[in-house]
Design a binder for this molecule. Structure first.
Ligand SMILES: [Zn+2]
Length: 307
């Protein structure tokens, strides 16, 4: 299951290839869409909502069509992808041909072509988007935090590790950031929502947002791999840590490039063999709730995350 930042990066990659371009040919390889032909439709915009990718398309002659605007809505699911100029395979779900390039969707969990209002109905079921543009403004960001907190308080009591992945409460967080923010906040994944203070819950969401923003352009370069370790101690900040400033990050990234291959990118995620990056303790993992198989394993440090 992708993280929201992967979907935002994907939109960044697809925009130069698709946006403002006219479809020369479409080939949908799913039974429901097989008859659909979007030749001459124009790609208006590509936007993300949580883990959904929306390609907004416009009809060549709006007067002739009931829906002059449609959305190609997709969700990558466990291992879906959109690729430019790739070779088709049995996992190809659609091929969009433009003048200069082809864009192919593989193994997509969701692929629909629907009117914008129907797409909006899907989004209305999601919690606030952890990467929504509203986070850039302190007032609207505070509104988002309050809405997520309200969702946490109004839902059934459950372990925080389960709640962070429930897209109806907050949209866009995947397993990696869930593991990482719980380690950084020193919160045990089994702690119930009702046991956590409001400041802890909003602090987790803020930290998660800040770490994800670090990993999407223009702050991260398109090629750099995801990394959550660019932090500094700060006793006055929530959980005693702050995001490293631009100079500190540039230094850290240059250092990582020099030592390519051996530099840790995460605190606990994927560190079953090496141990917790903070204290070296052996990492534990456990499956949570009814999440899909690959999503279930939360990694945490029993030494850092006692509470
Ligand atoms: Zn530890």
């Amino acid at each position: 299951m992708p993280e929201g930042d992967s979907v935002v990066r994907l939109a960044h990659r697809l925009r130069p290839v698709m946006q403002g371009k006219t479809l020369q040919h479409t080939d949908f390889r799913t039974s429901r869409l097989a008859a659909l032909d979007l030749e001459d439709w124009l790609v208006d915009d590509i936007v993300t909502t949580g883990k959904y990718l929306s390609m907004h398309i416009q009809a060549p002659d709006p007067a002739r069509l009931a829906h002059s605007n449609l959305v190609v809505l997709s969700h990558l699911g466990m291992d879906g992808s959109w690729q430019v100029d790739a070779h088709p395979s049995h996992q190809t779900r659609c091929i969009f041909t433009f003048d200069e390039h082809q864009v192919l969707g593989f193994s997509l969990a969701t692929l629909e072509v629907i009117p914008p209002d129907i797409a909006q109905q899907r989004f209305d079921k999601l919690g606030p988007d952890i990467l929504a543009p509203d986070w850039h403004d302190p007032v609207t960001a505070e509104g988002l935090r309050v809405r997520v907190l309200k969702n946490f308080r109004q839902t059934v009591d459950q372990p925080i590790a389960t709640a962070l992945l429930d897209q109806r409460l907050v949209a866009g967080i995947g397993n990696i950031y869930r593991c990482e923010v719980l380690l950084l906040a020193r919160i045990n994944p089994y702690r119930m929502l009702s046991e956590l203070r409001d400041e802890q819950l909003t602090g987790l969401i803020t930290l998660c947002h800040e770490l994800m923003v670090l990993n999407i352009p223009p702050i991260a370069d398109e090629q750099s791999r995801r990394c959550t370790v660019d932090l500094r101690p700060d006793p006055s900040a929530p959980f005693g840590i702050r995001i490293a400033d631009a100079t500190e990050r540039a230094r850290a990234r240059a250092d990582r490039r020099r030592r390519r291959g051996n530099t840790p990118a995460y605190w606990v995620y994927g560190r079953h063999r090496t141990g917790c990056l903070r204290c070296g303790h052996r990492i534990r993992t456990a499956a949570f709730g009814a999440e899909p198989l690959a999503e279930r394993n939360v990694a945490w440090c029993p030494s850092c995350q006692r509470d």
